[in-house]
Design a protein around this ligand. Structure first.
Ligand SMILES: CC(C)(COP(=O)(O)OP(=O)(O)OC[C@H]1O[C@@H](n2cnc3c(N)ncnc32)[C@H](O)[C@@H]1OP(=O)(O)O)[C@@H](O)C(=O)NCCC(=O)NCCS
Length: 416
């Protein structure tokens, strides 16, 4: 019976002029958590493509049965770093002029880029599950990925979402790849105080781009079009923390100068305004829990000097700021990261957000500097990957799906 019904399904591109309501209805039905438990509701603010529309190429497909939309999937394609190598030119130069050039520059690896596709927002209406629809949508999306030259496809899901993990690993040929952690911190009613021994500088997009390309372009998933990320209107800014007094005459002389004379320790991060893309809401909480949360906020607001860790207002729609491009160097880098996170907290507070979130590799060295609440965070976001074709040459990094994880990962804010 499944197959017969599957034949009646039409898969086509999402049409914003007529599909909005139908898609929203499927989203709504999918968000209902198990009764009595908390569930996270996402309000896409009337734009179902919002979570992919900032990527260089994107597509949303819907599955239609008769007049009814019963499922959808989003996908996007971009070019990212999948490995690193020592460039041949650099090696040749090294042979002839190693005694006159800076050793560090000579041994600096260069990124190896690949075209990678990402699947997100796959939803099948509960009444139409287990008839092969999810599989059909993934296959059609992968066809589009291949037509556009993507070499890999990956997706992310909670590691305990068995339906999703099984669909991708058992039926679609994906393998478990990385398990980064999503770290979430509430925005309190009080401001976080900042260390007076650290200066925070807001970088211009070109300065931020230069710093990222010089220092982080060999990090896995670093997007080659980092400049368009940094110039996007959703980008709140890039912030650099340095020890106070480390700047000559207290002046910022640009990333080029900074990187040739860096202080012993420094940290950097960028902030993305997800609040203008979607809102979240925790549903299904008992009255007692909601009242408790409200009370902690009222006390925190009335007595901000107590710096109470008030429970954020998550039981009504709230926005978030996403921190990405986290990096740093030196023994005090994690401490400086903590100051930067405090700065972002205060920006998010002014921006009316409920939480600040980030996503980092499981072994990220700067993790200890990122304040977060365990109860709001997710320690294992499961990323699964697949190589889309056998006809790709092994290249200089071989098959990325078989490589071991690096210490850090670059999580693109456009798809969070
Ligand atoms: C995950 C989801 C998209 C699967 O859609 P679906 O149309 O029911 O999946 P299919 O019928 O194509 O299932 C294909 C295979 O996936 C696996 N699978 C799907 N649902 C499963 C479940 N509940 N438990 C175990 N395995 C499951 C099975 O291997 C299944 O093959 P089988 O039916 O021959 O055993 C759907 O359950 C859903 O919308 N869930 C809520 C949203 C979500 O979690 N999305 C994924 C985030 S990326």
């Amino acid at each position: 019976m499944g197959e017969e019904r599957l034949d009646m399904i039409v898969v086509r591109a999402f049409d914003p002029s007529k599909d909005g309501v139908g898609v929203e209805e499927v989203e709504r039905r999918c968000e209902v958590g198990p009764s009595g438990k908390l569930s996270l509701f996402t309000d896409l603010l009337g734009d179902p493509i919002c979570r992919v529309r900032n990527s260089p190429a994107f597509l949303m497909l819907v599955a239609e049965m008769g007049e009814e939309i019963v499922g959808m999937i989003r996908g996007c394609i971009k070019t990212v770093t999948c490995g690193r190598r020592i460039s041949r030119n650099v090696r040749n130069n090294y042979a002839i002029s190693y005694n006159v050039m800076d050793n560090n520059d000579l041994s600096k690896p260069v990124p190896v880029y690949t075209k990678v596709a990402y699947i997100l927002g796959l939803r099948i209406s509960p009444s139409h599950r287990r008839m092969g629809l999810g599989l059909k949508l993934v296959c059609q999306m992968e066809d589009w990925f291949r037509q556009n030259g993507a070499e890999y496809s990956y997706m992310a899901t909670e590691s305990d979402n068995h339906a999703s993990v099984k669909l991708f690993t058992d039926k679609c040929g994906y393998s478990k790849f990385r398990t980064p952690s999503i770290l979430v911190n509430p925005v309190f009613a009080h401001r976080v105080t900042m260390s007076s021994r650290i200066t925070i500088i807001k970088l211009t997009p070109p300065d931020a781009e230069l710093l990222y390309r010089r220092r982080f372009d060999t990090t896995e998933f670093f997007p080659r079009d980092i400049d368009s990320v940094l110039k996007n209107k959703l980008n709140v800014g890039t912030f650099l923390a340095v020890p106070r007094d480390s700047l000559k005459f207290g002046l910022w002389a640009g990333s080029d100068y900074f990187l040739s004379n860096p202080p012993e320790s420094w940290s950097v991060l960028s902030v993305w305004n997800c609040k203008d893309v979607f809102r979240l809401e925790v549903r299904g909480a008992s009255r007692v829990k909601r009242t408790f949360a409200r009370t902690t906020r009222i006390i925190d607001k009335a007595f901000p000097f107590l710096r109470l860790p008030s429970v954020p207002a998550v039981f009504r729609p709230f926005g978030l700021y996403f921190m990405y491009g986290l990096g740093g160097e030196g023994p005090r880098a994690a401490k400086m990261m903590k100051t930067l996170c405090g700065h972002v907290h205060n920006l998010a507070r002014e921006g009316g957000c409920g939480v600040v979130a980030t996503e980092v590799a499981g072994r990220e060295p700067l993790k200890s500097g990122i304040p977060h609440w365990k109860m709001l965070s997710c320690s294992e976001d499961m990323w699964c990957i697949k190589r889309l074709g056998e006809d790709y040459s092994e290249g200089s990094v071989g098959d990325w799906t078989k490589s071991s994880p690096g210490l850090s990962i670059f999580v693109d804010p456009r798809e969070f």
